[in-house]
Design a protein around this ligand. Structure first.
Ligand code: DC
Length: 208
């Protein structure tokens, strides 16, 4: 079974993806981590994430097993990720890695922005996870504070809004809800409730 989960930043899609993967014993790919790792590699090399040649080189050199899970989570890397993600040639390189992951006959859970629309259009179940901008800002702020990063609520909210805009308006594989995706709004849901709601949708689809 392939489960495709899309949604904007800090919508809870990663948490839902991890919970669903655990529930069904499936492997999971956080595809945002790939774009983040490419953005980080460009920054580390002193390059500009919006510059094509540098971003493509970093995408081609990406080693999935060597991604620094801690460093890719900063807000600066998030911004860099959304810049490299709007470069088509970068997306083409990363698309291959994502499709290879999804080709495993054992099935998989993938989460990102274009999973249901581009990477796995034939997924068995598609979820579009969202939450209000305020709630997403609160969640991301708590995460960043835990990592010791200081940023104001208003600055972070503006940054998230900027990323949403870039993700939804880019020409190649923009973020949108696939026509056959199920909407899951996690604004008022706890982690357990969000995962339970996702499992309920998946069960409904499996038995339909
Ligand atoms: O989900 P995230 O915040 O870790 O994603 C970081 C950036 O990567 C986001 O701004 C858009 C991009 N992204 C993408 O374009 N396509 C995906 N499938 C996943 C992420």
């Amino acid at each position: 079974m392939i489960i495709a989960i899309d949604g904007p930043t800090a919508s809870g899609k990663g948490t839902v993806a991890a919970g669903v993967a655990k529930h069904y014993g499936l492997k999971r790919l956080d595809t945002g981590a790939l774009y983040r790792a490419v953005g980080l590699a460009v920054l580390d090399a002193g390059g500009d994430p919006a510059e094509e040649a540098a971003a493509i080189e970093a995408a081609e050199a990406l080693d999935l097993a060597a991604i620094d899970e801690h460093r890719i989570r900063s807000s600066a890397v998030g911004l860099a990720a959304s810049k490299v993600a709007s470069i088509s040639a970068v997306r083409a390189v990363l698309r291959r890695a994502q499709r290879a992951f999804a080709a495993d006959p054992a099935g998989a859970v993938l989460d990102g922005r274009d999973i249901a629309t581009v990477i796995c259009p034939d997924a068995d179940v598609k979820l579009f996870v969202t939450a209000s901008l305020e709630e997403r800002t609160r969640r991301r702020l708590a995460e960043l504070q835990k990592q010791g990063e200081a940023i104001s609520f208003e600055d972070l909210k503006a940054q998230i809004a900027e990323r949403d805009e870039r993700d939804m308006k880019r020409a190649d594989s923009p973020l949108y809800q696939a026509s056959d995706a199920h909407l899951l709004d996690t604004t008022a849901l706890s982690i357990d409730a969000a995962v339970a709601a996702a499992v309920a949708i998946i069960e409904r689809m499996r038995t339909a």
